[in-house]
Design a protein around this ligand. Structure first.
Ligand code: ITT
Length: 192
């Protein structure tokens, strides 16, 4: 079975491919319509994206809705992580806004978690949803060259995601965790 990746984010495509290949789950991309992410939860938005891609292609589709939830900001930016600094903002703009919002917050109170919800919608209407979380903290300033998005300021232990190798990030990341749960849910689903 081949799955369509319901995302317009090339960084997610790269991570999906490298995590799913060793799990023997085949994925491909398609030219997909933009979807308004009108949900208030990661689960709702992941479903909207996967259902739209499944309908457009007639194939099973997997979507990822993810974001960074910062404790001192009452869980923000959360589902708004991609648009935290406005529609056409860059990763650097989003990071600058986050660090400014936390300027007065001491290191011990900068706890945060990344959340990833994977939703898979099948042409017959069946749905699988899996969630992964990664606990960490927001660094005082950006560190590291790899990854994307908020990776340079998200610390797990003494390294940011952007200072980790791909395999180090995938082993602990919200996306790695959610996709490994998805793999085991998919195996159960396929045995039914
Ligand atoms: P699609 O909806 O097309 O998949 P998107 O980038 O708009 O792409 P989301 O709505 O799920 O995706 O927004 C997630 C945002 O959270 C993303 O743009 C990043 O800014 C951030 N994010 C998610 N996972 C991340 C990761 O592993 N590392 C760094 N930032 C991440």
């Amino acid at each position: 079975m081949q799955f369509v990746l319901a995302t317009h984010n090339a960084n997610k495509v790269r991570e999906f491919s490298r995590i799913l290949e060793p799990l023997h789950i085949k994925v491909g991309t398609a030219d997909l319509p933009e979807v308004a992410e009108t949900g208030t939860t990661f689960e709702e938005n992941a479903y909207l994206k996967a259902a739209s891609a499944c309908q457009a292609t007639g194939k099973p589709a997997i979507a990822d809705d993810s974001g960074l939830c910062v404790h001192a900001l009452n869980g923000q930016p959360g589902v708004h992580s991609a648009r935290y600094a406005g529609e056409n903002a860059t990763d650097a703009d989003r990071i600058a806004k986050l660090l400014a919002a936390l300027r007065e917050v001491p290191a011990k109170d900068r706890l945060a978690k990344f959340v990833c919800v994977i939703c898979c919608v099948f042409p017959n209407g069946d749905i699988l949803t899996s969630r992964g979380e990664c606990e960490g903290a927001i660094a005082a300033s950006p560190c590291g060259q790899d990854g994307f998005g908020y990776d340079p300021v998200f610390l797990v232990g003494d390294k940011t995601f952007a200072q980790m190798s791909s395999s180090e990030k995938d082993a602990v990341s919200h996306r790695g965790r959610a996709l490994r749960v998805f793999q085991s849910d998919l195996q159960l689903y396929q045995r039914k």
